[in-house]
Design a protein around this ligand. Structure first.
Ligand SMILES: [Zn+2]
Length: 272
């Protein structure tokens, strides 16, 4: 009896699925021109984004080529900036340059952390809020240190920016959660959905993240101005501007990709 009921159910479900599938393939067929045009637009934007990214990164690495003396000045200035700030000092903000000795002394869970590893390899610089530590490579990316100090200032010296910082840590997760919800949200009425609005809602959790990054750079630049010479200050500003440009590019591309997916969803939901 149970088998018969289940068998009947499966049969109806298969029929239903077949109907949905043929409905979707019909819609794809009738909207093929529109879909191809959208695909070409998206590919052009993807290529432009990659070209811009390469351009920014090339500029970034060129700007980051420092001599020994400049590296010394920056590292000394960063130390001074931290000790001169009462809150950072009393909260014991630690600044570590990850050479092999320092890395080997870290606890195993730190050594196995992906971000810590990439700092050690010279590919990243990072502020770890819970441990109140800034981890820097020994020689590379030294211009980014004041940006990381900016994150530390946000987290240690203002309740508002501490909350924005905490929210930033979950913004990527929230973005994909909202995006998933919007993609599978099938409106019951025939009301036209707006892809722009849906893409903006989905990407909106990234906005506080962008703002916090920008404020960290502004605060970092402000600190740098007090301690380094004009030439290095210019390089720090350029460094922070280029890093922010990569964030903006990533955000813009995410918005465009989401909009493209919502465009297709809305196209397929329309009556042919
Ligand atoms: Zn940052």
């Amino acid at each position: 009896m149970i088998n018969r009921i289940n068998g009947h159910k499966t049969n109806t479900n298969t029929k239903k699925n077949k109907k949905i599938f043929s409905n979707i393939s019909n819609k794809i067929y009738y909207n093929r021109q529109n879909l191809i045009e959208k695909g070409i637009d998206w590919s052009c934007i993807y290529l432009t984004k990659n070209l811009l990214n390469d351009l920014i990164l090339n500029n970034f690495f060129k700007n980051n080529m420092l001599n020994k003396k400049e590296i010394n000045v920056i590292q000394k200035s960063a130390k001074q900036a931290i000790t001169n700030n009462k809150t950072l000092k009393s909260n014991n903000l630690e600044l570590l340059y990850l050479n092999s000795d320092v890395y080997n002394k870290l606890k195993p869970q730190w050594q196995n952390n992906k971000l810590v590893k990439s700092v050690k390899e010279g590919n990243n610089a990072a502020f770890f809020a819970r441990a109140n530590k800034i981890l820097m490579p020994e020689k590379e990316l030294q211009l980014s240190i004041f940006h990381e100090i900016g994150h530390a200032l946000n987290y240690n010296c203002s309740k508002l920016w501490q909350n924005v910082y905490k929210f930033s840590n979950i913004s990527t997760f929230l973005t994909y959660l909202i995006f998933g919800k919007e993609v599978f949200n099938m409106p019951k009425t025939q009301k036209k959905s707006s892809s722009k609005k849906e893409a903006l809602i989905s990407t909106s959790p990234m906005i506080p993240n962008l703002i916090e990054e920008g404020v960290a750079s502004i605060k970092g630049n402000h600190e740098a101005k007090k301690f380094v010479n004009k030439n290095l200050y210019k390089k720090i500003i350029k460094n922070n501007k280029l890093s922010f440009a990569t964030y903006m590019l990533k955000f813009g591309f995410m918005y465009i990709s989401f909009k493209f997916i919502f465009d297709i969803k809305n196209l397929l939901q329309k009556n042919i």
